[in-house]
Design a protein around this ligand. Structure first.
Ligand code: ADP
Length: 282
């Protein structure tokens, strides 16, 4: 197993993970990166979702990165972020059929052969789930913490625990849970509809003893921003949706600064201890 290492010039690396695909992990990673940018931080975004890189679509970037004098790839600059994606190098569908060793070498290149420059935070959009690609990533780079994105219904929440255990195994502190597609606010009548039930993310966070970072509504403007390469924090910076992402970003930054990462780590250790014990009663 390779040893974890720091990325030169990058102060903190945060993984944005999810138990399963389609919960809005990439959308959240991008908009959180933008929220961190709005705090005045120098932020990079690495799309490591090797099996289905969606950052090219979400950002509208369709160019190949140039190489510097050391033959390292120069991340693309967009929205004030330094952005790199495997999708800049291969067609979106190509990586889906890669086998283990190719996936590992692609992930290694994304981490080692990119000239990130000086960054306060590198946000890594992880592949969904808990397979080899995810583990490779956590072993290659020293992560300051991980954020898990989920939707509120039970079937999604079940996978949150699995994802958490993976990070625990490799000693990555869990910074918290983001509940995406939390509710729908009708643009016509203003009524709030909880499509995927209410408060699942918050309950899961409480049960698991990790911070709940906040809710993002399910909203056509967020989807439209994703389809047109115009993320909501850029397209409608004053909207409540953008505000939701910025608040979560602020909580994240605070957690990193105040050593919440260390505290979260020990809370997870005691939780896993509980999970391992046989259930008693009720
Ligand atoms: P994942 O990375 O988990 O597979 P994506 O971020 O690619 O998910 O999002 C999947 C789809 O859902 C995209 O079309 C995206 O625009 C849309 N989406 C994500 N979050 C929201 C939201 N809060 N409201 C509406 N659509 C969303």
């Amino acid at each position: 197993m390779s040893k974890q290492s720091e990325i030169p010039g990058v102060a903190a690396v945060i993984a944005v993970a999810s138990g399963k695909g389609g919960v809005g992990k990439s959308t959240t990673a991008l908009n959180l990166a933008l929220g961190l940018r709005d705090l005045g931080l120098r932020v990079g975004l690495l799309d490591a979702d090797i099996y289905g890189p969606s950052v090219p679509r979400l950002t509208g970037i369709h160019e190949k990165p140039a190489l510097d004098d050391n033959r390292k790839m120069i991340p693309i600059q967009r929205f004030g972020l330094s952005i790199m994606s495997i999708g800049f190098l291969v067609e979106e569908d190509t990586a889906m059929i890669w086998r283990g060793p190719m996936v590992m070498s692609a992930i290694t290149q994304m981490l080692r052969d990119v000239a990130w420059g000086t960054l306060d935070i590198l946000v890594v959009d992880m592949p969904p789930g808990t397979g080899d690609a995810q583990l490779t990533l956590t072993q290659l780079v020293s992560l300051s913490g991980a954020v898990t994105v989920t939707t509120p219904q039970e079937v999604a929440l079940h996978d949150v625990r699995k994802g958490m255990m993976m990070f625990q195994k490799v000693n990555v502190p869990l910074l918290g849970i983001v509940e995406n597609m939390s509710f729908f606010l009708c643009g016509h009548c203003g009524e709030r509809t909880e499509i995927f039930s209410h408060g699942g993310g918050e309950r899961a966070a409480e049960k698991l003893g990790i911070p709940f970072l906040g809710r993002v509504p399910i909203d056509p403007a967020i989807r439209a921003g994703g389809d047109t390469g115009n993320p909501i924090v850029v397209a409608k910076p004053d909207s409540p949706q953008a505000q939701a992402f910025r608040e979560i970003a602020a909580k994240l930054a605070a957690a990193l600064q105040t050593g919440e990462a260390g505290a979260a780590k020990s809370r997870i250790a005691s939780l896993l201890d509980k999970i391992k014990r046989p259930a008693t009663g009720n």
